[in-house]
Design a protein around this ligand. Structure first.
Ligand code: AP5
Length: 224
């Protein structure tokens, strides 16, 4: 298979970031996560960060035009020419069409949209237990993947804190926005015959195994 161009879809807390970490290690792919890029922009108080912050704090989507410019600039950096993992993009039909148009222009296409699905009750619990370290944003979970020392990162020793948008009221808003704006992409990619559903309600390892098996099948199909 010449290129592995992957999109990760799924509700907040489904495990997109967690599984992306595994994918990029297993398949040596660059990781492009819009949420992470936006949080970096907010931290550095760049023009983009200043524009994005109020939307993110409220659990709303950052406007499409800002996101599409950010992603197309990122994909043009060269390291994604042989494949990529996109986490959190696209999130609207406008973004999906912009991505398709850009890839078509380059003679490329998406390999698969991996839809990590998990029930609302489960993702709400995961998000209430998520903690990130302030230094490198390593992710833990007080229920499912606790750090060895309370409130300290196992990797770099820095303080752990909850993400601001993991506040329960903001999570409700994020889930509603997902259902309204992002879930329609499931049909969008199914129609293009590249949607692969993964049951994300299982353990992290079980979900990772299912994704690996899905990609192995894709590679096999490409080879025959
Ligand atoms: P973003 O950062 O993309 O947030 P999200 O999509 O809501 O996803 P999360 O990061 O909350 O969840 P995840 O699925 O990655 O779960 P994780 O692996 O961390 O976006 C944030 C904001 O930025 C948006 O609200 C919006 O404002 C803006 N934005 C971003 N992209 C945009 C776009 N394209 N357009 C417009 N605006 C955009 O796991 C969660 C927790 O569960 C962790 O603690 C983890 O350890 C644990 N966990 C993971 N898997 C399992 C498992 N299988 N079992 C048990 N625990 C698990």
């Amino acid at each position: 298979m010449p290129e592995l161009n992957l999109v990760l879809l799924g509700p907040p807390g489904a495990g997109k970031g967690t599984q992306a970490e595994r994918l990029i290690k297993d398949f040596k792919l660059p990781y492009v996560a819009t949420g992470k890029m936006l949080r970096d922009a907010v931290d550095s108080e760049s023009e983009l960060g200043l524009k994005a912050k109020s939307f993110m704090d409220a659990g709303d989507l950052v406007p499409d035009d800002l996101i599409v410019v950010m992603i197309l600039e990122r994909l043009a950096q060269g390291d994604a020419d042989q494949g990529f993992v996109l986490d959190g993009f696209p999130r609207t039909e406008f973004q999906a069409k912009a991505l398709d148009a850009e890839l078509t222009k380059l003679g490329r296409k998406l390999t698969a949209a991996l839809w990590i699905d998990a029930p609302e009750e489960e993702v709400v619990k995961r998000l209430s237990g998520r903690r990130e370290c302030v230094k490198n944003r390593h992710v833990f979970n007080v229920y499912f993947d606790p750090p060895k020392h309370e409130d300290r990162c196992d990797m770099d020793g820095s303080r752990l804190e909850a993400r601001e948008d993991d506040d329960p009221e903001v999570v409700k808003r994020r889930l509603a926005i997902y259902a309204q704006r992002t879930a329609p992409l499931i049909d969008y990619y199914e129609h293009r015959e590249i949607l692969k559903r993964v049951d994300g309600s299982r353990s992290t390892d079980a979900v990772g195994d299912a994704i690996r098996a899905t990609i192995a099948t894709l590679k096999f199909e490409e080879a025959v």
